[in-house]
Design a protein around this ligand. Structure first.
Ligand SMILES: [Zn+2]
Length: 279
């Protein structure tokens, strides 16, 4: 029984670490606090779960941002008082919203510029990077701790951003995305556009999220090509941005001509549900 519990404990720790980088350590520290006799005796099981949750939130939301800043990464804004926000709170709770200060400045500037000309616009960011580099001398960890499943999001220079959508019924800016996490519901190639998803059909990763994510909410949203184009062009024209990743059929549809805008390989994941930018 003890062996079985230890294995479960280890699996939970590893999954939490892969998903949140430091979440496993935070949880482990909270767990050990309750190994102390005083705490063990003073609190019942539900109080301990409550404390463990509070402990995780306190360290994640207040201590980690401060420590990350010391090591050169800053959290993206929460969206309380600006047009830039995470698509889902999970991104923040899993410590997946950290970037280099310069990238946060660029995105904030560009998004504010857009919001100044489009009343009520909010832009959703998706996965960024973890708070700390933690580079290790092997495999995908050489440049830093990768933010799975995005292997390249390891150096604080990368950020995924959702497209802009309108409510299909009212035509108003939706400020959300068809998919609750931002990924998985794509702007598919139209007849006459280059069909890269078809060309990459044999790849296990390319359409994985798309093929497994429920597509029901797609009909409620309408892609806004005008504002999305302005947003992507803004990033591509910024000299501090070195690369933008987007599927070729959208580059074609939005008439984007910057040489910085590139397609991804079939071995990666498709970029017709979000745009990827990097320093
Ligand atoms: Zn990306």
């Amino acid at each position: 029984m003890l062996f079985f519990r230890s294995v479960l404990f280890l699996i939970f720790f590893m999954v939490l670490t892969l998903l949140t980088q430091v979440g496993g350590i935070i949880w482990l520290a909270g767990y050990w606090i309750f190994r102390i006799d005083f705490f063990k005796r003073s609190f019942n099981r539900s109080q301990r779960i409550l404390f463990q949750t509070g402990w995780y939130l306190f360290i994640s939301l207040l201590i980690i941002p401060f420590l990350a800043t010391l090591f050169g990464r800053v959290p993206m804004p929460f969206g309380f008082n600006g047009p830039l926000k995470p698509r889902t709170l999970l991104t923040v709770l899993c410590n997946r919203h950290y970037v280099r200060p310069q990238l946060r400045t660029i995105v904030s500037e560009q998004v504010q510029r857009l919001a100044d000309t489009h009343d009520g616009l909010h832009i959703n960011y998706l996965d960024a990077n973890f708070p700390f580099s933690l580079a290790l001398p092997f495999g995908y960890f050489r440049k830093g701790f990768p933010l799975l499943p995005h292997l390249s999001h390891n150096d604080g220079r990368k950020l995924d951003i959702a497209f802009v959508y309108r409510d299909a019924a009212t035509g108003k800016l939706s400020n959300g995305t068809p998919s609750a996490i931002g990924y998985g519901i794509s702007e598919e190639p139209l007849p006459g556009e280059y069909d890269r998803p078809k060309a990459c059909r044999g790849s296990a990763s390319y359409s994985f999220i798309h093929d497994h994510w429920p597509q029901g909410a797609k009909a409620d949203h309408r892609f806004d090509p005008v504002i999305t184009r302005q947003m992507i062009n803004g990033f591509a024209r910024d000299e501090r941005i070195s690369k933008v990743l987007l599927e070729p059929h959208l580059t074609q549809r939005l008439k984007l001509v910057s040489p910085k805008i590139k397609p991804v390989q079939c071995g990666s994941v498709r970029h017709d549900d979000h745009v990827h930018i990097q320093l």
